[in-house]
Write a protein that binds this ligand. Structure first.
Ligand SMILES: Cc1cc2nc3c(=O)[nH]c(=O)nc-3n(C[C@H](O)[C@H](O)[C@H](O)COP(=O)(O)O)c2cc1C
Length: 223
């Protein structure tokens, strides 16, 4: 007998994966995700909108604090709005690279090779602007909104990657102008901008290293 009448349950989904199959699936998924990179050079080749829709629908299955799903995904594809978006972001980024960024920050960015220019914001067929929604039910603030939106973006990136699409997780601060440009309400706070498209045929990526598993995983076994 449930003691809380608002707590209703339904049968849990059945996963049923054998040990061998599970091992193979995790290996294959690791291999697939191991090839994901951030792209800054995109093709303007059209991308079927259904791929974007499916990826956002996947993102929306993510877990969230108290199931408040504090996310909004605004998709831009119109060349005019993408151009205005690029212009606005480049204005901010110019300020960042020429005065706002600390020397340390600029040093950290050197291996990535970024600068204030963001042509990909216009070339990529889609920009997905991810917002963190700051108003939950009864106007309360959602619980753990950032964590929840971050996980949803992970799902989104994984879905787009396995469709052979290139993405870039792009931030810029301050992003207050985004709401005005896109006519979004105040309770939606810009979180990330994700250009999506096929990679340019001539694309290159920074030669970076990922930390070895031994460095990022600590297995506290045998206590
Ligand atoms: C939260 C976050 C913010 C990022 N912001 C930017 C950004 O503003 N501009 C950019 O070019 N890359 C940005 N990146 C991409 C990182 O530079 C990139 O993920 C990192 O160098 C690792 O490369 P990889 O994604 O190819 O593995 C961001 C990534 C994350 C996760």
């Amino acid at each position: 007998m449930p003691c809380n009448p608002e707590h209703r349950t339904v049968p849990a989904p059945q996963y049923r994966v054998s040990g061998e199959e599970a091992l193979e699936r995790t290996r294959a998924f690791r291999e697939l995700m191991g090839t994901r990179r951030s792209f800054r050079q995109f093709s303007d080749r059209p991308v079927p909108f259904q791929l974007i829709r499916n990826a956002i629908a996947t993102a929306a299955t993510a877990p969230s604090g108290a199931n408040q799903q504090p996310w909004r995904f605004v998709v831009l594809s119109d060349p005019g709005i993408k151009r205005r978006f690029r212009q606005a972001i480049e204005t901010e980024e110019y300020e960042f690279y020429h005065s706002r960024a600390s020397q340390e920050w600029l040093e950290a960015l050197k291996p990535i090779g970024t600068d204030w220019r963001k042509p990909f914001m216009e070339v990529a067929p889609y920009l997905i602007v991810v917002f963190e929604v700051h108003k939950g039910p009864n106007s309360t603030r959602p619980y753990f909104a950032k964590e929840s939106v971050g996980i949803a973006v992970g799902f989104l990136l994984a879905s787009l990657h396995q469709a052979g699409l290139a993405t870039l997780t792009h931030t810029t601060s301050p992003m207050g102008w985004v709401n005005e440009l896109l006519g979004r309400p105040r309770e939606e706070r810009p979180f990330l901008v994700i250009p999506v498209g096929y990679p340019a045929e001539w694309a290159t990526v920074p030669d970076i290293r990922r930390k070895p598993l031994e460095e990022v995983m600590v297995h506290l076994d045998g206590w």
